[in-house]
Design a protein around this ligand. Structure first.
Ligand SMILES: [Zn+2]
Length: 433
């Protein structure tokens, strides 16, 4: 197969030849005419990036197949340019045993439109009382390297310490959902001016920052790897900057929505006040937080953009604010939101986007076949992206089973034209193959 006229990381136009799932040649556009039996994909000057890797996806299977399945979630991922996702453990049953992670891994093999890497729970049933079988999950066919109780915080410092110690044996990482539970009891949105005006229980920044600070210290103390999920405050960025300056093995992610949206949308938005489409954990914060997160992603203090794709059926979202489920879908809009927040603002170039959305998450998840630069010998995991168009977000076109996007009706830049998983197209001309 030959992919003609694409610009790797936005550079000069080239043709990419793919053989046996690998990149076999990269030549100046038009230099090598295709052979008669070549399958030709016209890139039309699209930007070519390594296939995106998500460290934080909720695929909902097993247990909530009404919200998403491995099949629909990975179709959604492919449409967003992803070639690998990490499937969070808060399923039903919880992915806290070798049996459940192997079940998810097999579903990925059978129905996946991208690679599926199950995340293992840190504690049994996400209950925060007893360590799950981390070693058995690491040794299973799923070869789990990322462990998280996401949705819940491992708030017991002793358990967190033991988890960090345990994963060292197989080069694993603990991904923490940093939320001090007692400081966020009944919390509905960011604690600040807007929550005060609306009379909603606030979710203070310190509830996130206190856990991040503690976990950085614990990780340093035991010499282990810590990853911080969905960082949302300027104070968290300062703590991470300090921890990294010490040389500690701490990484962090930010979601697309925390790079673009702010808490005043709860009070006033194109879809009205108190619209639960904006209800998310951690909550949308202030403009100052958004600015700090963008800067941190640009300078590498935050390593990764992760979607926290959290599908919910209509009945769980379209209800009163206090009863609504927390979370947003994100796989099919992530690259466009990152272009809007980071590329259009001059904070990241396409090489930076490739690092934050492909290379860095693959490195943190210890995925050897993903996140590689687009050069001869690399697996042909490729996304072709046209950054020159602007289109209105239309959730009815999503491959995801759920439609809870905060961007409905918004105009965002860019469009995923094609996605290739080891040379096999999963999306062509914007459509699933
Ligand atoms: Zn979370």
């Amino acid at each position: 197969m030959i992919i003609r006229n694409v610009r790797i990381l936005g550079g000069e136009p080239v043709d990419i030849r793919v053989e046996n799932g690998l990149i076999a040649a990269v030549t100046p556009a038009g230099a090598q005419p295709p052979a008669a039996d070549d399958q030709v994909v016209e890139g039309q000057g699209a930007v070519a990036l390594p296939g995106l890797v998500d460290l934080h996806t909720h695929l909902r299977e097993p247990g909530r197949e009404d919200a998403e399945t491995v099949q629909t979630g990975t179709q959604s991922a492919a449409r967003g340019g992803y070639t690998a996702v990490h499937a969070m453990a808060n399923t039903s049953p919880v992915a806290d045993t070798a049996g459940v992670v192997e079940q998810v891994w097999r579903l990925g093999h059978e129905f996946g439109h991208c690679d599926v890497h199950p995340v293992g729970a840190v504690t049994v049933g996400l209950e925060g009382r007893q360590l799950a079988e981390l070693g058995a999950m690491a040794d299973s066919a799923a070869r789990v390297r990322v462990f998280s109780d996401d949705g819940k915080c491992v708030d017991d410092a002793v358990l967190m310490r033991r988890a960090l110690e345990y994963v060292k044996a197989f080069d694993g990482v603990v991904a923490q959902h940093a939320q001090e539970p007692r400081l966020t009891g009944g919390a509905q949105m960011n604690e600040g001016e807007v929550s005060g005006r609306l009379g909603l229980t606030g979710w203070p920044a310190v509830a996130e920052e206190a856990i991040i600070a503690r976990d950085c210290l614990l990780a340093a103390h035991v010499g282990s790897r810590l990853h911080v999920c969905h960082v949302s405050t300027a104070g968290s960025v300062e703590i991470l900057r300090w921890a990294k300056s010490k040389g500690w093995d701490v990484t962090a992610e930010v979601t697309p929505h925390h790079l673009l949206l702010t808490d005043d949308l709860v009070e006033e938005s194109p879809v009205g006040a108190y619209n639960p489409i904006y209800k998310v954990n951690p909550p949308l914060r202030t403009r100052a937080d958004v600015e700090a997160l963008r800067e941190a992603l640009a300078d590498g203090t935050i390593d990764v953009v992760a979607t926290d794709h959290a599908p919910h059926p209509v009945e769980d979202k379209e209800t009163e604010w206090s009863a609504a489920a927390m979370g947003m879908v994100g796989l099919e809009t992530a690259l466009s939101v990152v272009q809007e927040a980071m590329v259009e603002t001059g904070l990241l170039d396409w090489a930076g986007v490739a690092d934050r959305m492909s290379a860095a998450p693959a490195r943190i998840g210890r995925l050897s076949g993903q996140g590689q630069p687009l050069q001869v010998g690399s697996p042909a995991n490729i996304v072709l992206y046209d950054p020159s168009v602007r289109t209105e977000v239309d959730p009815s076109a999503f491959a995801s089973k759920s439609r809870n996007t905060p961007y409905e009706g918004m105009t965002l830049p860019g469009r995923v034209v094609a996605t290739f998983l080891r040379g096999k197209p999963t999306v062509l001309e914007g459509k699933l193959v």
